[in-house]
Design a protein around this ligand. Structure first.
Ligand code: NI
Length: 184
């Protein structure tokens, strides 16, 4: 399993709902958590590793030592957004090194299933709310460059051109991670 960088087409796929939490889903979640910690990320969505399923892993502290802040979410839905918009710095593991301000709702109410198949509902604010919104966007093929606004986007152009050039280079060499044919 490998993190796919922009502009890999797997990042634009609309993820399918998970219908059964089997050993493969559990294995995918464990591997995604490991990758996320290894890259010092706060969250990782299944499309970022080439799986078109509605699976997210998060740790709002980004810290192995704080497992209580770890969350694996299956078929998550943001049911309510409130508290206005906050503009703050944000990055994404599929855009290494790129950080821009993005407006996100201060508070969200989310519903999801955990790995035991239990339905959960929680209210998240500030950084945790930002991570939820960013990761749920991934499941719809939406990336932070789509929601960062024109100023952030124009400031990102140089990085985006570099990502595109690297992608084309890897494609020519036949080194692209497959991504899209991975199925669960
Ligand atoms: Ni991301």
């Amino acid at each position: 399993m490998k993190i796919l960088n922009y502009p890999h087409p797997a990042l634009r796929v609309k993820a399918r709902p998970i219908t059964s939490i089997d050993a493969e889903v559990q294995k995918a979640a464990a591997e995604m958590l490991e990758l996320m910690y290894g890259h010092e990320g706060l969250g990782l969505a299944a499309p970022q590793v080439g799986l078109d399923i509605q699976l997210l892993v998060m740790n709002f502290a980004g810290d192995h030592e704080k497992p209580e802040l770890e969350c694996v979410a299956i078929n998550p839905v943001i049911v309510e957004k409130k508290g206005g918009l906050i503009n703050d710095r944000e990055g994404c593991l599929s855009f290494p090194g790129l950080y821009q301000n993005v407006r996100r709702h201060k508070t969200v109410v989310v519903k999801y299933f955990n790995l035991l198949g239990e339905e959960k509902e929680m209210t998240a604010s500030d950084l945790a709310a930002r991570v939820w919104q960013h990761e749920c966007d991934h499941l719809n093929g939406t990336l932070f460059i789509d929601v960062m606004g024109s100023l952030g986007l124009s400031r990102s152009q140089k990085d985006l051109e570099k990502f595109k050039a690297d992608f084309e280079k890897a494609k020519k060499k036949g080194e692209l991670p497959p991504g899209l044919d991975a199925k669960l």
